[in-house]
Design a protein around this ligand. Structure first.
Ligand code: PMT
Length: 402
């Protein structure tokens, strides 16, 4: 789950740092967007360190850079990628811009461009807060569905006492969580996800495996959890940490993965097969370490095709496969979609450098029987989001058909 946190220019700007930390503690990725005025109060570096992401400070790139087209359209990419826009603190100026549709910096442009829920936490001088213009602007925003975390009353930085104090962090975070709850489209679903490689023993110390790290499957598990699903994760050996809330079954061989999946299948409503399962295993395993000698031939036998077996046994589950291809990528994926009776297949070209196996990034095409979605190179987290968007679309379509 990802939010954009807008910081506008007021004394309370420093309080947004704690909000970033609290949201990250809840597993939410935070993209900070600072207005020019906000940067007079707090340095972007503080937010970059706390959020672990580059801070957006300008619509056309920083002054040091040449104005560039990528920066100029970035607000659209951010607008599409976020699950909520949160503004802490929201000044009278930002509230006025949002209400009037003025888009002259990154934050105000992002507000117009996003369809995600918006939460604002105003903070300002009491007279500015009470001013009829501010109250009229707030009324417009409320009417349009913007969630306003009402400011508290008390001593203000300007020396006056009254309404206009930024709400407590806990109230702001609770409002954000509530807004995010609106996109819990997988609540009630149990998603069975396979991830990582399998290992097929040759002898007590050697095995056949592949370069899968589990990152793609774990990103899907995390993303499904964030959308409210129960997640059953069947994972081959990996060195990464599984999301804490996933119900994890660790396996080693293709046969163990098959057994775990078949046992869990009746509980699942959606199955996503991200694992890179070995297609072959040694026909026999040496009980002692094989000694070095002349040429050695290994006889292999096929493993069970887990996806094919799911297709036979499934009841109403939606089944999504992955395809790792190195040639005729789309054509081969389409064949697998039909041959394996899948509802959709996510194909990645694993011959490309920097994506696919053991990388933080991927580029995929999601093919279903009535749709095709291209996801150009991005993080595996974003790929997971797009796969789940398609899962939700298919789920709605199938439910409507029934
Ligand atoms: O783990 P990462 O490092 O993040 O890398 C991600 C990935 C590249 C492994 C992932 O994006 C991916 O492509 N996974 C599928 C890999 C694969 O085995 O593809 P395939 O085309 O060989 O298999 C097609 C489908 O059949 C897959 O859903 C696979 O899980 C399934 N299968 C394959 C063999 C088998 N015996 N049983 C299966 O169920």
């Amino acid at each position: 789950m990802k939010i954009a946190l807008g910081v506008s220019g007021g004394i309370a700007a420093y309080k947004a740092a704690e909000v970033v930390r609290l949201l990250r503690d809840r597993g939410i990725r935070v993209q900070v967007v600072m207005t020019r005025a906000a940067q007079e109060f707090v340095k972007p570096l503080t937010f970059a360190a706390l959020s672990g992401e580059k801070v957006i400070t300008d619509l056309f790139g920083t002054e040091a850079e040449q104005p560039n087209i990528d920066a100029a359209v970035e607000h659209i990419a951010v607008a599409q990628a976020i699950d909520a826009l949160v503004v802490v603190p929201a000044t009278a100026d930002v509230i006025a811009k949002f209400a009037q549709g003025i888009a002259n910096d990154f934050l105000s442009t992002l507000f117009l461009a996003t369809t995600a829920p918006v939460v604002i936490a105003p903070a300002m001088n009491v007279n500015m807060w009470n001013n009829a213009a501010t109250q009229a602007n707030l009324a417009i925003l409320r009417k349009r569905g913007v969630h306003i975390v009402e400011p508290g009353t008390g001593y203000l930085a300007c020396g006056m006492t009254g309404a206009g104090r930024l709400a407590e962090n806990e109230s702001i975070v609770a409002a954000v969580m509530e807004a995010l709850g609106a996109s819990q489209e997988l609540a009630g679903e149990t998603v069975l996800i396979t991830a990582g490689p399998t290992r097929e023993k040759i002898d007590p110390v050697r095995y056949l495996t592949n370069r899968s790290s589990g990152k793609m499957g774990y990103a899907l598990a995390e993303a499904a959890l964030r959308r409210g699903a129960r997640v059953l994760l069947v994972s081959g050996p990996t060195s990464i940490t599984a999301p804490g809330a996933a119900e994890l079954t660790r396996v080693e061989t293709a046969e163990e993965m098959r057994n775990a999946v078949m046992k869990l299948l009746p509980e699942a409503t959606i199955v996503i097969k991200t694992a890179a399962v070995s297609d072959y295993r040694p026909k026999s395993q040496a009980s002692q370490k094989i000694k070095r000698g002349g040429a050695l031939a290994l006889e292999l036998e096929p493993t069970s095709d887990i996806v094919a077996e799911i297709a036979k046994r499934k009841k109403s589950q939606l089944v999504i496969g992955f395809a790792a291809e190195t040639e005729n990528v789309l054509e081969n994926a389409r064949k697998k979609l039909t041959a394996k009776s899948l509802d959709a297949i996510v194909v990645n070209d694993v011959s490309r450098d920097g994506i696919g196996f053991d990388s933080d990034r991927n580029a995929v095409t999601i093919i279903s029987h009535d749709n095709i979605v291209d996801v150009p190179e991005t993080s595996k987290w974003e790929v997971a989001q797009r796969v789940l968007d398609e899962v939700i679309r298919l789920r709605k379509r199938i439910t409507v058909k029934h």
